[in-house]
Design a protein around this ligand. Structure first.
Ligand SMILES: C[S@@+](CC[C@H](N)C(=O)[O-])C[C@H]1O[C@@H](n2cnc3c(N)ncnc32)[C@H](O)[C@@H]1O
Length: 360
């Protein structure tokens, strides 16, 4: 039986699965078996499974990095984004100009704001239709376009109503972005950042603006397209960002063989995903190998490796132990905990994900 925690971790939408479900829908054979977008383990029968050979892992020698935990990284309400209220299985958020209501399985408490505040929403994710894209959203005031202007700390980008309930950004990740930008600025030397599973590219844009040379990898062509649009929107088109449509593991393996090295690696893998050639990504199977790979593609003077994990049946202690073991002999500190968003109405903390990061 799944625990409460498991269910809670299942709460975040999976863009990869949404993308796959779109691919799946394209084929009539697939359509018959199409699973609801939020179901785990969607395995389209019409796509070949391609599993890379598992990496042979040996326990790393050396002293374990120091540890700091639990570390709770918090996003407070701000001018660009605010969790306005939550409760009764939903959350009310302000994304730039729009007030948005989405389901939130963790919000098992009561709403603090009166109903009239919730009724002022510009968009509500219903998810109760078979439609793709914007069809799963309801706009009570007036129909809205698919995208809208957003900002993070002065970086312009596009919010986006997608077929999944996500909106093109995971605001809780801002804690990592700010930390990373600080490391890049403090390094006072050229810094190379690898952003695996990079999605719409906010982390890549923050890193590029801070002065890093960035490689952004995602399996979804569509997500890469959105990320490029965001780069234009942010006025960062002249910054060195390589946008790569590729399976994250394959890409990292290739970088290891080629001797390409990075000072910072970010990886935010979904619980389940597929590479562009149908490569299967399963978090529990793949994470130890990918974490090890991330270590082996670091420069001799690396700055950090940041792992975020949504939708997994684990506590942050599990990814903490994995990271600490993997970075044995490298010094530094492994910090682990949760990314939370602080609610404006009653100050409750909404937990979104687990993280573990090694910092030199
Ligand atoms: C949860 S999102 C990452 C969110 C991002 N870090 C952020 O903060 O905005 C997961 C991303 O992983 C991508 N993905 C899924 N499977 C993949 C794979 N095998 N290789 C590379 N990317 C993959 C999806 O397309 C999706 O964009």
């Amino acid at each position: 039986m799944k625990s409460f925690r498991d269910k809670r971790r299942d709460g975040r939408p999976h863009p990869a699965r949404a993308e796959q479900s779109r691919l799946h829908e394209a084929s009539p054979a697939g359509r018959q078996q199409a699973a609801p977008a939020e179901r785990r383990e969607t395995r389209p029968a019409d796509r070949q499974e391609a599993k890379p050979a598992p990496r042979v892992l040996a326990r790393r020698e050396g002293t374990l990095p120091a540890e700091r935990l639990p570390l709770i990284l918090e996003v407070a309400p701000n001018a660009d984004y605010a969790l306005l209220d939550s409760g009764a299985g939903a959350k009310l958020e302000q994304y730039g100009p729009y007030r948005i209501v989405r389901p939130e399985g963790q919000a098992i408490w009561q709403r603090a704001l009166p109903a009239k505040e919730w009724e002022r929403a510009d968009a509500i994710f219903t998810g109760d239709t078979d439609e793709e894209g914007i069809g799963r959203w309801r706009f009570p005031k007036s129909p809205l376009g698919e995208t809208w202007p957003m900002k993070h700390d002065g970086i312009d980008y596009l919010g986006r109503f997608t077929s999944f309930r996500h909106v093109g950004v995971f605001p809780e990740q801002a804690s990592h972005w700010d930390h990373m930008a600080g490391l890049i600025a403090a390094a006072k030397r050229p810094v190379k950042v690898l952003n695996l599973f990079g999605y719409t590219g906010l982390a890549s844009l923050v890193a590029a603006r801070a002065g890093a040379e960035v490689t952004h990898v995602d399996a979804s062509k569509k997500a890469i397209g959105w990320a490029r649009e965001n780069q234009e929107m942010a006025g960062l088109a002249d910054k060195p960002i390589r946008w790569i449509v590729e399976d994250a593991v394959k890409f990292a393996e290739r970088e290891e063989r080629r001797g390409s090295r990075y000072d910072i690696v970010l990886f935010d893998p979904p619980a389940y995903g597929r590479g562009p050639k149908g490569e299967v990504w399963q978090l529990f199977e793949g994470l130890p190998g990918l974490t090890d790979l991330c270590r082996s593609i670091l420069t001799p003077k690396p700055l950090a490796v940041v792992l975020t994990a949504y939708s997994i049946r684990a506590s942050f202690f599990a990814i903490h132990a994995l990271m600490r073991d993997t970075f044995a002999g490298m010094g530094g500190t492994v910090e682990s905990g949760e990314l939370i968003i602080r609610e404006k109405s009653a100050g409750r903390a909404l937990s979104t994900s687990l993280f573990s990061r090694w910092v030199a």
